[in-house]
Design a protein around this ligand. Sequence first.
Ligand SMILES: Cc1cc2nc3c(=O)[nH]c(=O)nc-3n(C[C@H](O)[C@H](O)[C@H](O)COP(=O)(O)OP(=O)(O)OC[C@H]3O[C@@H](n4cnc5c(N)ncnc54)[C@H](O)[C@@H]3O)c2cc1C
Length: 372
Amino acid sequence: MGNTSDVVIIGGGIVGCATAYLLAKAGLKPTLIEKGSVGNCASGFSAGLLNPLHGSGIPGPLEELARRSFQLHTGLAPEVKDLTGIDHQFRPVPSIYLSFDDDQSNRARDVLDLAERAEGFESRWLDGPEVLSMEPRIAPGVAGGAYVEGTVQVDSYQYTQALLQAARDRGAVMRQGTVRGLRASNGRVSAVALEGEDVSCGSVVLSMGPWSGEAADWLGRPVPVWPLKGQILRLKLPGSQPPCLFTGPGGEYVSPKPDGTTWIGTTEERVGFDDRPTTEAREAIMKDVMELMPAVHQGDLVLQTACLRPASDDGMPVLGSVPGWEGVYMATGAERKGILLSAAMARVTADLVCQGRTDLDIDRFSLERFGG
Ligand SMILES: Cc1cc2nc3c(=O)[nH]c(=O)nc-3n(C[C@H](O)[C@H](O)[C@H](O)COP(=O)(O)OP(=O)(O)OC[C@H]3O[C@@H](n4cnc5c(N)ncnc54)[C@H](O)[C@@H]3O)c2cc1C
């Protein structure tokens, strides 16, 4: 069954599932191959924050891709929810970037500049007492905060499932198995090697998340993508939920969720493929977030999760055609922004597979930048 396909997508995270959906919608018959279960890695356990105005590379080289991706999600998310009935909780949640001194206030104000330039966001500066009137549990030394309306949160596990279901409803095939290599004929990919059999295809998309580095052996060139572990604590706080997302100067956050829990995070750990939750991370997250909101200490721990982000050597995604391999495309390395960037990464990949070109500027994200 299914040993020939127009295009094979390796990896059933959000990037692979969104790509499968767009390709199936364009009339191709993609096969998505996943070694575990769909959404069981970072795409299923992320914080689900969609914010194109803040984070590493923003403002900077990720700004345009992030903004385009955010716009694409506003069409894609309701579309797959309507098609599948899967409620992925895509909803606007305001954000406040807190500062505790002048230097931090200047950095938080960058978000206001970006929000002014971007369509669909409202923003203003709040002084310390205004922040405390919105959430009295914020640390009393707060100097102020950049308040932004228009940022979104999503249940990234359910969103990934909805994208997969929508792709399958349009003819995509899902297979379980581990891909071990690629086959080529005259410089063009001809098949992927699955355990015990080959699946013939015209194109291949490598969306293997933190395992993408394994493709270096298949392609005969460096693919410097590796796992960056992150952990989150899901708490039940006494009293009301925080009214919005609070982000601290070091990137730590407090995020209210529709099920009544409040998530706090996170860590950045270079520990290989070990994805077990740890006591050290629990204590570190609690310590960092207590500086923003001391009351988190009174919360009951409902769940601690850990998972692995796909990180590249320069912190940027790896996107586009693979030099020397006709028909092979990379879509990986989105690190802390993979849920946000997934829509643009899928759009670019589907454009390249279907038309051989894309109108998004992706030159800086090419695998070629790491040498041959
Ligand atoms: C704690 C934490 C919080 C986060 N919060 C956010 C957030 O708020 N917003 C945001 O935008 N991003 C966030 N992220 C980042 C985001 O989760 C990731 O960047 C994104 O999920 C990566 O998606 P992916 O599809 O590239 O990879 P993955 O989700 O890792 O999926 C890759 C899949 O490929 C499969 N695979 C690998 N090799 C093979 C093979 N050889 N054969 C078959 N299958 C294979 C794997 O089993 C896996 O299912 C967070 C990450 C962490 C860790």
